[in-house]
Design a protein around this ligand. Structure first.
Ligand code: FAD
Length: 477
């Protein structure tokens, strides 16, 4: 039984891993191949160690409240390498008129858990604060159906909270315009809170777990990374799958289905497989599935992607005037800047620089604000980003190191109606035996969600065989 997994990011690799653990001692029955277009595996999860700086070029951490990444790392024996964000500085900032203002303590993405703290913030005007606090008196929406994030925040907390706090916090995760983002597909628990408690403030104040109460930024507490950078997860996964065939630099350009699947590569070669799992962006899946199902390809095309980039910048600590007494900051789009935010990487996680005299920062670009800039070459992008970061943090010297990583079409945008589109895609998929889809396009963009979806897909693949094969956890091997 030959299984072809197309795409060697975390989604494809986690699918291969789960399949490779099926039925102890019988892996030989499954011949698993992973085909990856790029020269290296891991997709957007890449780490560079250069001149004494450890730089995650794509994601730099994963949320621990969704257990799947933590559990996989434990299974792989990586728990010794877990690193938490700096416990003394769990604070994020929001840029407001060229000043970095702390996110009000207890603010959870778009809503305050402690109204008294939020009422003291200079981020909002008196009217903005009054409107935010009135949230407890706003009746829940009666109509069913999806809604944009912007509409939800505006309805419950007012325009100022949307523009000054929620938009930049959400852009730090999704980069997308909140006017287009689907609330149901991105933060369904806010909708549930509204339904169950009639008010988000009331719901959050009743929540006892620290998952929300201690949070004051988009990406500060609850996040974990690995000592050697996130690519150690990829290296360990590959190492634990000696029986899997990996084919980097092998782009799939065509997929045909007859009695089995015929897979054509850019290099001209063709192979056959009984089962195919597409772990690539929805737009790439649409291209490959055009000949198999035009309607499924059309639905896949409905999931747009944003191009994002990171720019790592290193400075001598003494050259930075800002005290860096936090982990990061985000930039509201009404500030009209090019970057979405900036992480104080070497403050957020230890071991990112060789000594305490240097500091590693990382700017994040994406969405509308960065679109024009990203059309320029790397050198010009770095120059502009560096100029902005230097002004925002009071730096008057050139960086000792600058490195840019571009991620074209890498972050899916879950627009209003996303869930219905995904339901249609997966309903249609059931008509094609042996064909599977996974990846960040469908049910969560973060690493933990990608792993969960990949494991579910692997289990479906295994149960789809005439003689079902069971996935086992490492403990039982
Ligand atoms: C800059 C950035 C920062 C992020 N930060 C975080 C974070 O801090 N925490 C977090 O949890 N998540 C973060 N995310 C999101 C998360 O990292 C991704 O959603 C997740 O890693 C996607 O994994 P994937 O395997 O689904 O897709 P990808 O990593 O995109 O992998 C898909 C792979 O498929 C390959 N491919 C595409 N077409 C073909 C083809 N035709 N043939 C063969 N191969 C093909 C591509 O080359 C690619 O390697 C971030 C994402 C980015 C881009």
């Amino acid at each position: 039984m030959r299984i072809a997994i197309i795409g060697g990011g975390i989604s494809g690799l986690a699918t291969a891993y789960r399949l490779s653990r099926s039925r102890p001692g019988q892996e030989g029955e499954l011949e698993i191949h992973v085909f990856e277009a790029r020269d290296s595996l891991g997709g957007v999860i890449q780490t560079e160690n250069r001149d004494g700086f450890l730089m995650d070029q794509g994601p730099d951490s994963f949320i621990s409240s969704k257990p799947w990444a933590v559990e996989l790392c434990r299974e792989l024996g990586l728990d010794q390498d877990f690193m938490e964000t700096n416990p003394n500085l769990r604070q994020s900032f929001i840029l407001s008129q060229d000043k970095l203002i702390p996110v009000p303590h207890g603010f959870y993405l778009m809503a305050p858990t402690k109204v008294s703290e939020a009422l003291r913030t200079p981020l909002l005007s008196f009217t903005g604060k009054f409107r935010m606090a009135c949230e407890v008196f706003i009746s829940p929406k009666r109509e069913e159906g999806d809604e944009s994030l912007a509409s939800f925040v505006r309805r419950r907390f007012g325009q100022e909270t949307l523009e000054r706090i929620a938009q930049p916090m959400i852009a730090g995760i999704y980069t997308a315009d909140p006017e287009e983002l689907s609330l149901g597909a991105t933060f369904p628990h806010f909708l549930q809170m509204e339904r169950e408690h009639g008010s988000i403030i009331r719901a959050l104040s009743r929540k006892k777990d620290g998952a929300t109460g201690k949070t004051s930024g988009p990406r500060c507490s609850l996040f974990l990374t690995l000592k050697g950078g996130l690519h150690s997860l990829i290296s360990k996964l590959i190492q634990r799958m000696p029986q899997v065939y990996f084919h980097p630099a092998t782009k799939v350009v065509r997929l045909e289905k007859n009695s089995c699947f015929k897979i054509s590569f850019e290099k001209g070669e063709i192979v056959e497989a009984d089962t195919v799992c597409l772990a690539i962006p929805a737009s790439s899946s649409a291209r490959l599935l055009r000949d198999i199902s035009e309607s499924m390809a059309n639905d896949l095309r409905q999931i747009p992607y944003d191009t994002v980039a990171t720019v790592s910048l290193a400075f001598h600590r003494k050259d930075i005037r800002h005290p860096l007494n936090g982990l990061d900051y985000v930039v509201p789009s009404i500030e009209n800047k090019k970057i979405v935010g900036c992480t104080f990487s070497s403050i957020k996680f230890s071991g990112r620089t060789q000594n305490s005299e240097t500091t590693l920062l990382r700017a994040f670009l994406g969405g509308k604000a960065s679109r024009e800039l990203l059309e320029l070459d790397d050198q010009n992008v770095v120059k502009t980003v560096c100029g902005e970061v230097c002004r925002q943090l009071g730096i008057s010297t050139d960086p000792i190191l600058a490195m840019m990583s571009r991620w074209p079409e890498s972050i899916p945008q879950y627009r209003v109606g996303h869930r219905q589109t995904v339901e249609r895609i997966f309903a249609a998929l059931r008509n094609f035996r042996g064909l599977y889809l996974t990846g960040n396009a469908y049910d969560g963009t973060g690493i933990p969600d990608c792993i969960r979806h990949a494991f579910q897909t692997a289990d479906q693949i295994l149960s789809g065989f005439d003689h079902p094969v069971k996935a086992v956890s490492v403990g039982s091997r």
